[in-house]
Design a binder for this molecule. Structure first.
Ligand code: C2E
Ligand code: CA
Ligand code: CA
Ligand code: CA
Length: 274
């Protein structure tokens, strides 16, 4: 047993040092990427139940030295751990502000949603930073949505409440991302200026599988209605899902069925006239 125990510790330590080495390598790479402006904003359209574009979600992509695109799943968790997500998110926000300025100039009131990490949101100068970037680009804060996760609602309650209220006063809309996958405190959701629930793609995709899952999706859409907030379904891939979601009162739809994420300039070229 003693021998066994020691082996387990050795394995555990090896895992830790491997992840530390991986983090250190990624840190060097991410810092270099920041200096070279390698973080790009890609946009995926959100449509209403008639298929009309109402806005988009901003999804970060890293275009590395070799010109390859790296998925956020591969670098966001490390970037959050190292707090590098803060300057990275600023670069993304600048590209979003540029997009919103172009939309406003053309008289389009599309909303663009950004994913906000708790580390970023809890920075003491967060509101000022967002305001500054939007002022610099003459972009409307009333067309910005912040997708936050249920995790943030577990953080310093008073600070979260204050920051959200200040941003909401400036016109920013709040959405709960991946709703149903974390610890939902419905009372908390109702007390905060949250006006949208974003239903995770897992629920959308499982609903087709059987009645039980379908009931879950319908319950979530009903909950949004009861809380008087709008609902967005993500990961919509099939015509059947579109039908199902439309029949059950989803307000906005997003997924490969309608559009894949594209570089923000490509998205603007398609969205704007001529
Ligand atoms: P998320 O916020 O849940 O974003 C939705 C993800 O689903 C995106 O993956 C999107 O490309 C993908 N998706 C969209 N439609 C479909 C579909 O029909 N089918 C399937 N199978 N997938 C679909 P992506 O772009 O790889 O992003 C992964 C996650 O990385 C996001 O999940 C979000 O949590 C995080 N992320 C992305 N950009 C940012 C960012 O700028 N800041 C932060 N903090 N997180 C980000
Ligand atoms: Ca999201
Ligand atoms: Ca998410
Ligand atoms: Ca999701």
């Amino acid at each position: 047993a003693r021998h066994n125990g020691r082996d387990q510790i050795a394995v555990y330590e090896a895992e830790i040092s491997e992840s530390v080495v991986a983090d250190a390598k990624t840190e060097v790479a991410l810092r270099a990427a920041l200096g070279k402006r390698q973080f790009e904003c890609w946009l995926q359209s959100k449509v209403d139940t008639h298929g009309v574009i109402r806005g988009a979600e901003a999804l970060m992509r890293w275009r590395n030295e070799n010109g390859e695109l790296v998925s956020p799943a591969q670098f966001i968790p490390v970037a959050e751990r190292l707090q590098l997500i803060i300057p990275m998110a600023r670069e993304l926000l600048q590209q979003v502000a540029f997009t919103l300025n172009r939309l406003k100039t053309q008289g389009l009131d599309d909303n663009i949603a950004v994913n906000v990490s708790p580390v970023e949101f809890l920075q003491s100068d967060y509101v000022e930073t967002v305001q500054q970037i939007f002022a610099e680009y003459d972009a409307p804060l009333s067309q910005l949505t912040m997708e936050i996760t249920e995790n943030l609602l577990l953080a310093d309650a008073e600070k979260v409440q204050q920051t959200m209220s200040r941003l909401a006063e400036l016109g920013v809309v709040f959405s709960i991302d991946d709703f149903g996958t974390g610890y939902s405190n419905l009372l908390r959701i109702q007390q905060l200026p949250i006006t949208e629930l974003k239903i995770d793609r897992e629920f959308v995709q499982l609903a087709e599988v059987n009645e039980k899952h379908m009931g879950l999706l319908m319950a979530m859409l009903n909950m949004a209605r009861s809380l008087s907030v709008s609902s967005v379904a993500e990961g919509v891939e099939t015509a059947e899902q579109v039908k199902l979601l439309g029949e059950n009162g989803a307000d906005l739809l997003q997924g490969f069925y309608f559009a894949r994420p594209v570089h923000y300039k490509t998205w603007l070229d398609e969205r704007l006239p001529q």
